[in-house]
Design a protein around this ligand. Structure first.
Ligand SMILES: Cc1ncc(COP(=O)(O)O)c(C=O)c1O
Length: 197
């Protein structure tokens, strides 16, 4: 994948979106007659992203053709773009090979004392569960799996669960099973404000 091809394909996306005779459907591999709504577990992929993925796999087959500068410039560009989407800054974005790898890295580095708790959501995707289960066992901590009361949303249930024993809260921006949202700012504020023992 080259920077030029990234720019070309995003310009292609823009051109297609501006052309009223083309539906947004044509940007994806979704055929007429298929309605695909699952963006919480596996979102549909833009054709341009598929093309970039294929370019990247091809480039990896001939690594001697990849200019040295690209090893660093492309991940940095990716971090900046991802940060813009999230309204964050690039230094807060890490590029990792998988969710389980990223969570395992966090679990290996975050401090937790005996008796403190780690908070996760009920029916969370396994990549965000096993490393915390192991850490809680190793440090004699508690893994709290947050369950919603009838009529309650995830944010409310999390706010109930966070207290002075909370060391780590590991949550997504929406639940993968149904796409229901979590208010990360509210939960983050509560986690930072909770008194520490
Ligand atoms: C909610 C959620 N988290 C994480 C992942 C991927 O986890 P990993 O990168 O560890 O395979 C998926 C994959 O479908 C997912 O749906």
């Amino acid at each position: 994948m080259t920077l030029e091809s990234t720019q070309d394909t995003s310009q292609l996306d823009k051109a297609l979106l501006q052309n009223s005779s083309q539906s947004r459907r044509s940007l994806f591999e979704i055929p007429e007659g298929v309605t695909y709504l699952n963006c919480a577990n596996m979102a549909p992929q833009l054709r341009s992203i598929t093309a970039m993925g294929i370019d990247a796999v091809r480039a990896k087959a001939t690594p001697w053709t990849i200019p040295f500068s690209q090893w660093f410039s492309q991940p940095e560009e990716l971090r900046s773009l991802a940060a813009q989407v999230m309204g964050a800054d690039a230094d807060g974005v890490a590029v990792v090979p998988s969710v389980s790898y990223g969570i395992a890295t966090a679990a290996a580095n975050l401090p937790i004392a005996s008796g403190q708790s780690i908070v996760i959501l009920d029916r969370e995707f396994p990549s965000n569960v096993y490393a915390w289960r192991e850490l809680a066992k190793k440090k004699n901590g508690r893994l709290i799996t947050v369950v919603r009361e009838p009529g309650e949303n995830w944010t409310g249930a999390l706010l109930r669960a966070i207290d002075e024993t909370t060391a780590i809260v590991s949550i997504p921006q929406c639940h993968w099973t149904d796409g229901s949202k979590v208010d990360l700012e509210l939960v983050g504020d509560r986690a930072r404000a909770a008194p520490r023992w």
